[in-house]
Write a protein of this length. Structure first.
Length: 278
């Protein structure tokens, strides 16, 4: 059985100089009503939705919520207790009706950042910044040029909303269908999958549709579903036979990841609890 996830892959810049939660040009509204519950279903499904009046997530790990709310890659989020990677949450947060029109124009990264006060209030989150030497990856155009398809015109009935992606994942393969993606969004997607900083140095200025297929490693599966997620049929997963995401990016997209060491800011978690009851 596979898990399908519909989510936004927004153009959040990934930089090596700062590890701050994404900021907004204007003050963002606060959530008026927030429901926080443990995910009790014994399933593999996760859901991330951003309706006009808020944000709704189901079945994703607290680690993923922290990572997105703080706006960092996995390697820049340190000091979490072990249970954070397997604790799955359902969070529904809505703004007041008067603030809904303003929130409807707020991009996904800033909506995630709006969950920070929720994490502080309901989870007792405390954290600080440090500087560490980390491996970062630079995304460049591979020899032979990019293999990306220009995004279909807006009038094309087959066009999916720009910035939307659908991920199908199983124990043996992952398939990502992306529509209307910039090179920055591609870098962000890769960063999420490999858990490291990916800097977009492709110089590509367009928007693209593409399908990427690769074999997930154990860490990638844990990032998506959490290490506590049930196995398919209770049995050991089949051995993956597809390419790694590094190979897939080069062969299927005509792009390349180059590793280098840089000194970057990281976020260290000082304290976090399981959420207080609603």
């Amino acid at each position: 059985m596979a898990v399908a996830v519909l989510l936004m892959v927004a153009d959040r810049p990934v930089t090596s100089a700062q590890a701050q939660a994404p900021g907004a040009a204007v003050p963002l509204p606060a959530f008026d009503v927030v429901s926080v519950k443990p995910h009790l279903q014994n399933d593999r499904m996760i859901r991330i939705m951003m309706p006009p009046d808020g944000i709704s997530v189901s079945g994703i790990t607290l680690h993923m919520i922290l990572r997105e709310a703080l706006g960092v890659s996995d390697d820049r989020l340190l000091g979490e207790p072990g249970w954070v990677g397997s604790y799955r949450c359902d969070i529904d947060a809505k703004v007041d009706a008067a603030d809904a029109p303003r929130l409807a124009k707020v991009a996904g990264p800033d909506r995630w950042a709006m969950l920070l006060p929720v994490l502080v209030d309901r989870f007792g989150l405390k954290y600080h910044y440090e500087t560490r030497d980390l491996t970062v990856y630079v995304l460049v155009v591979a020899k032979g040029g990019p293999k990306l398809q220009a995004s279909k015109p807006a009038g094309d009935a087959t066009r999916v909303m720009p910035g939307r992606s659908q991920v199908s994942a199983s124990s043996t393969d992952m398939v990502l269908n992306m529509h209307g993606a910039t090179s920055g969004a591609i870098a962000r997607m890769i960063s999420v999958q490999i858990g490291s900083i990916v800097l977009d140095k492709t110089g590509l200025m367009g928007k693209y549709d593409y399908t990427l297929e690769w074999a997930p490693d154990e860490n990638a599966q844990a990032m998506l579903l959490g290490p506590g997620a049930p196995k398919e049929g209770g049995s050991a997963p089949a051995e993956a036979s597809g390419p790694s995401i590094f190979t897939a990016v080069q062969e299927q997209l005509g792009l390349k990841l180059e590793a280098q060491k840089q000194r970057v800011d990281v976020i260290v978690i000082d304290h976090i609890d399981k959420p207080s009851p609603n």
